[in-house]
Design a protein around this ligand. Sequence first.
Ligand code: AMP
Ligand code: MG
Length: 303
Amino acid sequence: MRELLRVGGDAVDLAAIDPRSTPGLPASAAEGGGGRKAWARGQVRLLGATLGRQQEMLYAAAQAAAGPGVPTGASPADDAAPGRGRPDRVLLVLQAMDCGGKDGTIRRVAGAMNPLGLHIRSFGRPTAQELRHDFLWRIRRALPPPGHVGVFNRSHYEDVLVARVESLVPEAVWRARYDEINAFERKLTDTGVALVKVMLHISYAEQGERLLARLTDPTKHWKYHPSDLDSRARWGDYQAAYAEALSRCGTDAAPWHVVPADRKWYRDWAVAHLLRETFDDLDLGYPPADFDVAAERRRLCGD
Ligand code: AMP
Ligand code: MG
């Protein structure tokens, strides 16, 4: 799936990617009684169990590396020593237009993992304090500690998306950020962070339906903000900003993936796969005991 959904390098044409498409979904998915949706939902449950186990191994390995009595995450996240071998943490970066499904993806995919090993952070409008620092300051502070799976609900990419479309900073400033982001992410991947960058790609029509659902159902009003319609009015500008960010920052070290997201069941299935493939690369296993297991058994059982 990573190869299939990957974009970057060359110009990215989002209009050429159908948000209702289902790349990589096996043809056999339609054969079961419930159709493709039921199949994909079932697969996400199975994948979830695997992801949960893999996350536990990642956590256990970091725990073992830290030594006895030291909880993982006790040291600041950006302390990572450069030149570390294998990645010791995963960071899923989720970007999308409003109603793109970031929250649902987190609930369904990250929800399969142990909350103890998750590090989920959302980025909204910068606070006064955040604005006093460079745009990566709040991002660095939000990085997952070793052994954790981090999820960014929005990210530093807002600083080349909304910042560009809404002219929050001069063009020279946001233009310079592509290189800054690439250098920052390169450092992350060099210091043990396995990055998985995902844009959830929805259509204008689907966003309209989801916004209407938020306005229609009083239990969804909290998810709506009047400014959502102002962003929607600039859809084309946002798509152009996304295309350039994906193309400029879709690097070999940290590729971007576009997940067609009008169908929620496909979206969840695809993101779960991207994580699964990332974990698989890490060659995870449970750490061996650093004590004499047989002796401890004897002490416990008294024989
Ligand atoms: P939500 O994800 O619906 O809670 O909305 C968060 C809002 O914060 C969105 O409108 C984002 O565009 C906005 N936001 C996130 N990061 C930034 C940023 N760096 N600069 C300006 N606005 C941002
Ligand atoms: Mg919103």
